[in-house]
Design a protein around this ligand. Structure first.
Ligand code: IPM
Ligand code: MG
Length: 378
């Protein structure tokens, strides 16, 4: 969903009603699969937490992914793009499903997501992997290896091999060949590195830049550019560089050695899925994708889980935590974000679990009930 944050209409702020009048009602993107179920929970909580802080959110639904293909024959229709661009933030649930798997590439739900990211220039994808004490034994790794893990992956999201030209599949010498281009300019590397250095500064003060500079020129330029920026502007941040294969290994061997990681689009795609398994609960992980100047996109890391859609089994917590990231990074509403995050912590402390994070001795509940319990706590 895209979200328009309307300022509070407190009588001591006479300019606010004017703002209200000038803000067009904006949309919400529930997407496919479990999307609508988890989005409903997030919207209720945002409204409740916002009301307590004197903030009003206005939501309007827009279509993306498979739902948009079905309705408009386009995974990212122009109306959705216009609505997203006109809003303060875009809250997205999940896209995709078996139904659309065999469509041509440009009609796939995933293409809608990629176009959304590109159209908003949402270049900085922040993916935290935090092992909550309540869920430390959910990982397939030993609890002593993962307890206390708190990693932020900063993934470049609108460049690299995902978008590089030339790309294609064509006939050469009597057979088909497929090719893509991994490409980064210095300015693209600098802007993502800057976001990562700033984040590292506010966190543990350590930044690890991940590349494949022993083989790829694009990575050599990446590494040199990150190092130069660090030397000139962030000498207080402890910068290291690691090759992607080693980073993938160290992430499993000693995840606590990482604080903030910065990397390109495809390495970040892979490492963030890997990091999510340190927590053992993909259903808990939020993400933020922010740009320099326009609205950011806030979405859970998990997908649309078509196998459990419509059965009230989904875990809405990553969606709620994504709404919290929206408040913190997209709307500058840290108090609303705190309320949402604290509600999640408390609901876990009270022993409520959806099936994906169920543990012995806890109470297994569905998506709706999880929403109701959170509403009591927000
Ligand atoms: C992600 C997903 C997407 C990506 C897909 C669905 C296009 O894997 O957000 O990590 O590769 O970026
Ligand atoms: Mg991925």
């Amino acid at each position: 969903s895209t979200v328009d944050r309307r300022p509070s209409t407190d009588s001591d702020s006479p300019t606010h009603p004017l703002c209200l009048a000038t803000h067009p009602p904006p949309p919400v993107l529930p997407g496919d699969g479990i999307g609508p179920e988890i989005m409903a929970v997030a919207i209720d909580l945002l409204n409740a937490a916002g009301a307590k802080e004197g903030e009003e959110f206005v939501f309007t639904e827009a279509l993306i992914g498979g739902a948009a293909v079905d309705a408009a024959n386009n995974p990212y229709p122009p109306e959705t793009e216009a609505a997203c661009k006109a809003s303060d933030a875009v809250l997205l649930a999940a896209i995709g499903g078996y139904k659309w798997d065999d469509l041509p590439y440009d009609m796939k739900p995933e293409k809608g997501l990629l176009r959304l990211r590109a159209s908003l220039n949402a270049f900085a994808n922040l993916r935290p992997a935090v092992v909550l004490p309540q869920l430390a034994d959910a990982s397939t790794l030993k609890p002593e290896v993962v307890a206390g893990v708190d990693i932020l992956i900063v993934r470049e999201l609108v460049g690299g091999i995902y978008f590089g030209e030339p790309r294609g599949i064509e006939e050469r010498n009597g057979e088909r060949v497929g090719y893509n281009t991994d490409i980064y300019s210095e300015s693209e590397v600098q802007r993502i590195a800057r976001v990562a250095f700033e984040a590292a500064r506010k966190r543990g003060g350590k930044l690890c830049s991940v590349d494949k500079a022993n083989v790829l020129e694009v990575s050599r330029l990446w590494k040199e550019t990150v190092q130069a920026l660090g030397d000139s502007q962030y000498s207080d941040v402890e910068l290291s560089h690691m090759f992607i294969d080693n980073a993938a290994m160290q992430l499993i061997r000693n995840p606590k050695s990482f604080d903030t990681i910065v990397t390109g689009n495809i390495f970040g795609d892979i490492l963030s899925d890997e990091a999510s398994m340190l927590t053992g609960s993909l259903g808990m992980l939020p993400s933020a994708s922010i740009s320099d100047d326009g609205p950011g996109i806030f979405e859970p890391v998990h997908g649309s889980a078509p196998d459990i859609a419509g059965q009230d089994l989904a875990n809405p917590l990553a969606m709620v935590l994504s709404a919290a990231m929206m408040c913190r990074y997209g709307l500058d509403l840290p108090k609303v974000a705190d309320r949402l995050e604290e509600a999640v912590t408390q609901v876990l402390d009270l022993g409520f679990r959806t099936g994906d994070i169920m543990q012995d001795g806890k109470e297994q509940i569905g998506c709706k009930r999880m929403g109701e319990e959170l509403m009591k706590l927000v």
